[in-house]
Ligand binder design. Sequence first.
Ligand code: BES
Ligand code: MN
Ligand code: ZN
Length: 496
Amino acid sequence: MPLPSVVLAADLPPAVVLAVLTQPSDGGARLVGARLTGDGPPGLAVDVDVLLSREAAKGEAGEIIAVPVPGPGPLERVLLVGLGDGSPPALRKAGAALARRAKDAVSLAVDLRAFELEAPALRALVEGLLLASYRFSRKAEPKVRALQDVTLVGPVGQDELAAAVLVVTATAAARDLVNTPSLEKSPEWLADSARTLLTGLSVTVLDEMELRRKGFGGIVGVGQGSTRPPRLIQAVYDGGGSRHVVLVGKGITFDTGGLSLKPNDSMLAMKTDMGGAAAVLATLRAVADLGLAIRVTVLAAAAENMPSGSAQRPGDVLTQYGGRTVEVLNTDAEGRLVLADALAYADRKLSPDVIVDVATLTGAMPIALGKRVAGLFASTDELAEQLEQASTDSGEPLWRMPLVEDYRVALDSPIADLRNIGRPKLKLSGGSITAALFLREFTGGRPWAHLDIAGPARSGADEDELTKGGTGYGVRLLTSWLTALSASPAATRASA
Ligand code: BES
Ligand code: MN
Ligand code: ZN
């Protein structure tokens, strides 16, 4: 469903809901607010200060006091929205809370005239508002009344607004890809969807025959149990600049576990297992729309992990792109197999300055970090710091994890170059770390980061800017990182 459209205006337009932003002054209990008399809606005389103190409002981020408006005009409600400390995270929360309260309003005017909000805070407000307005439905009769038009009244720059709308539009595209049921979402469908999403950019797709011929044994091995064969999607945006970034996404369109079958409860949400691919494809859309001065290649490794008479077996040995062999001891550790092919291909054929992969890789990651935070593994501190900065700027949380060298031996196999799960005899847990160490083997020593998004790729509920289902995690983070990278001098190139 389309996102609401957002426009700027100098004066309050007629609207169904009017939001007035409120902020505590001096961190105390007293609140300041725009007076709705005077330049407020005609006929409505409310002293916001009096109202807020009567309601014992604290002005916390996302706190909302609703004032019903009687009378014949279009205005049905005035919402007083708390802005907390006025920081971007507070504004993102406030924007999301506002969108939820105004979700049936059709038109919403947001009065920003009482505040001097900095550009990042304004952006966060718009992002929160739009992200929380996202809807996905396969109902026969979708809801008719929904928020359609948002007018921002006050000192908002057109460029900030455009940048916020663009990154949310890309995030919504990623959420749509994730939320699409796997009945529809085959690897071929994902490739077709990538072509549609990335109209105007170069998109090439390798089918199963070409993958076999060129030696992508990981993607072929994982995909061979399905009647719907795998694909490798490659898309390029070249905005010039001195750096070439390769983004790799895990695109398992459904993960049953294969012959190492998952129990039903663990399988339920596995249409999300292409969330990494969705994030990198949508990021490329945002990067191209922003016209960043950088070259970005996206690789999405798409396969459906199914059990069948043609599926790979535990104990099989496959040959990854580039020639290394892997003993597949658990067919449910399939993400690293498809990613290894894509990473090796990036290293050997694309000569990137830096590689970042994004994957719903391990169930152990949300056990360590919870559902909201992604795990970051990075081969250099500089790259880790860049991504941590982008996380702070974009509001997509991550936490750096260690690549523990002592655990590397757990991946040794007596008959192949590697095994695809850590050796249990060593009694090593840390499954997210061994998975990352497996991936690192295929990066050719290039600067590389791995984002394990198994937790934050989906949300169990509408919460803040997230909506239940696919979150599009990674789009804001990577777009923010690439924006900063494209603007920074090439001095950092050698290590970036
Ligand atoms: N796609 C799963 C990881 C996952 C689990 C993502 C839960 C989101 C929520 C991945 O392919 C997987 O099955 N990993 C196994 C690896 C194990 C067999 C070594 C896991 O984490 O259990
Ligand atoms: Mn799996
Ligand atoms: Zn998986």
